[in-house]
Design a protein around this ligand. Structure first.
Ligand code: FAD
Length: 307
């Protein structure tokens, strides 16, 4: 058995592995892949101390850093459940079971996609999911935000201070965002909100986004908007489906509930990064949370007898 077993190979999992291994304890990391969402990212400008880097480069550096230590890395494996026993037991989809005294859950999240033509083709070429990350790339340009919930309206307010103009497209006939956010967005001269708009296609010139098409659901007419960037804000889905039915408490959005030490509701199980209730989903935040979870796991181990 391991002392600490980390599930997930993104920035939270990598940081947890380094912090755990540096305590000289038996550390394992099991994941579907190494890198997580960072592997899908092109430009990164908010990794503190690196004014600019790219996803694949950061993934290679994270992996190299983890490999400086004695960490048992198991990839291409999907966790399917967790149980308490003499040790904590992590069941894999391959039907193997890994045992550990403490477990750190760092399975991240994925953005809900529009699933319209052009979205995949122009991903990272104008189609973006994270305003904190990619907003500054559109300085002085026109952009669209798809989604009128809290994250969409927050994104519109945030982007309005950077870009020339923001068009928000909401599918329903009303916005779901909090009133205070709606009022703020409506007060901004460079934000336009279109309701009843079903986005049907991302358009581009073969290299980058040039706009989008939507159907006005009230009239059935098809319309176009010319923009350089499209921020899709229709939800972030935590990779926690496999924990439903376990003793791990999830929020109503499916995020793992953690306290300030990264502890979950299950003794010996900690969690970090985008899969948790941490409100801000960012690389440096996930790394910090992974470190917190590993230190808490170590603290748990020194207080608990080895079975
Ligand atoms: P993830 O990176 O999601 O990693 C989760 C890991 O868990 C993966 O290795 C996955 O394979 C594994 N996993 C999932 N389910 C299972 C399972 N059941 N069993 C085993 N393994 C599993 N943030 C920034 O700070 N700056 C940016 O510029 C930036 N740009 C972004 C651009 C894009 C396109 C995207 C999608 C995100 C961006 N982000 C950015 C957000 C950032 O990538 C995330 O906040 C960060 O990766 C979260 O780290 P994590 O370790 O919690 O999860």
């Amino acid at each position: 058995p391991y002392d600490v077993l980390i599930v997930g190979g993104g920035p939270a999992g990598a940081a947890a592995a380094i912090y755990a291994a540096r305590k000289g304890i038996r550390t394992g990391l099991v994941s579907e892949n190494f890198g997580g969402q960072v592997a899908e990212t092109v430009g990164i400008e908010n990794m503190i101390s690196m004014p600019y880097t790219e996803g694949p480069k950061l993934v290679a550096q994270m992996e190299q850093h983890v490999k400086e230590y004695d960490v048992d890395i198991i990839t291409d494996q999907r966790a399917a459940g967790i149980r308490a026993g003499e040790y904590l037991e992590l069941d894999l989809a391959s039907e193997a079971t890994l045992r550990s005294r403490a477990v750190i859950l760092a399975t991240g999240a994925r953005w809900r996609e529009l699933s319209v033509p052009g979205e995949q083709e122009y991903r990272n070429k104008g189609v973006a999911y994270c305003p904190h990350c990619d907003g500054p790339f559109y300085k002085g340009k026109r952009v669209a935000v798809i989604g009128g919930g809290n994250s969409g309206i927050e994104a519109a307010i945030d982007l309005a201070g950077i870009v020339e103009h923001v068009t928000v497209l909401e599918f329903a006939d009303t916005l779901k965002a909090d009133d205070v956010l709606q009022r703020k967005a409506q007060s901004l001269p460079n934000v336009e909100i279109i309701r009843n708009a079903q986005t049907t296609e991302v358009t581009g010139d073969g290299k980058k986004v040039t706009g989008l098409l939507y159907t006005d659901r009230a009239t059935g007419e098809s319309r176009s908007v010319e923009v350089a960037g499209i921020f899709v804000q229709i939800g972030l889905i935590p990779n926690s489906e496999w924990l439903k039915g376990s003793d791990i408490e999830l929020s109503r959005f499916g995020e793992i509930e953690i306290d300030a030490r990264g502890a979950t509701s299950m003794p010996g199980v900690f969690a970090a990064g985008d899969v948790t209730t941490e409100p801000y989903k960012q690389i440096v935040i996930a790394m910090g949370a992974g470190s917190t979870a590993a230190l808490s796991a170590f603290d748990h181990l020194i207080r608990t007898p080895d079975p």
